[in-house]
Design a protein. Structure first.
Length: 147
């Protein structure tokens, strides 16, 4: 076991957030120790879907998630390794007109922060999700990237 007498920072938890925190602290020149009670990436990080979404978030969170996605998009080059991270947009269907109106309102407010989302229907929805187009008349589509 590796033991240090002094470190600049100790990160508790060796999941994706803990390891990313340690990586960015190290890049700033700090010495860092990560402490994990079990296996690295063996808790929530091993069970999540790796789903990094912008759509439908509280609008106060949008600047942070947009910055996060910018970081994710450059992570392979930064690490010199393929992480397997890809972006493909997000499509959310609404079961009724009330939910669709809420989605329209959210898309309008998100656009003010530079995130492009739009309601899709008909042939556009069928092109994005053929099976869904038969069951829903419209959906909110958020593109891969912010403007």
């Amino acid at each position: 076991m590796f033991e240090r007498k002094h470190v600049d920072a100790v990160v508790i938890g060796g999941g994706i957030i803990g390891c990313a925190t340690a990586w960015y602290l190290h890049r700033r020149g700090l010495s860092v120790t990560v402490v994990e009670k079990g296996r690295v990436a063996g808790e929530q990080s091993s069970r999540n879907w790796g789903f990094v979404r912008q759509q439908g978030r509280d609008l106060r969170e949008l600047p942070l998630i947009m910055k996060s996605l910018a970081n994710w998009r450059g992570i392979d080059a930064e690490l010199g390794e393929s992480t397997g991270f890809v972006t493909c947009g997000n499509l959310a269907v609404a079961p009724d007109d009330k939910k669709m109106q809420a989605m329209r309102d959210w898309a309008r407010d998100a656009a003010a922060q530079g995130l492009e989302s739009r309601v899709v229907s008909g042939s556009e929805m069928e092109a994005l999700a053929p099976a869904m187009a038969r069951r829903y008349s419209a959906a909110l589509y958020t593109l891969r990237r912010a403007r």
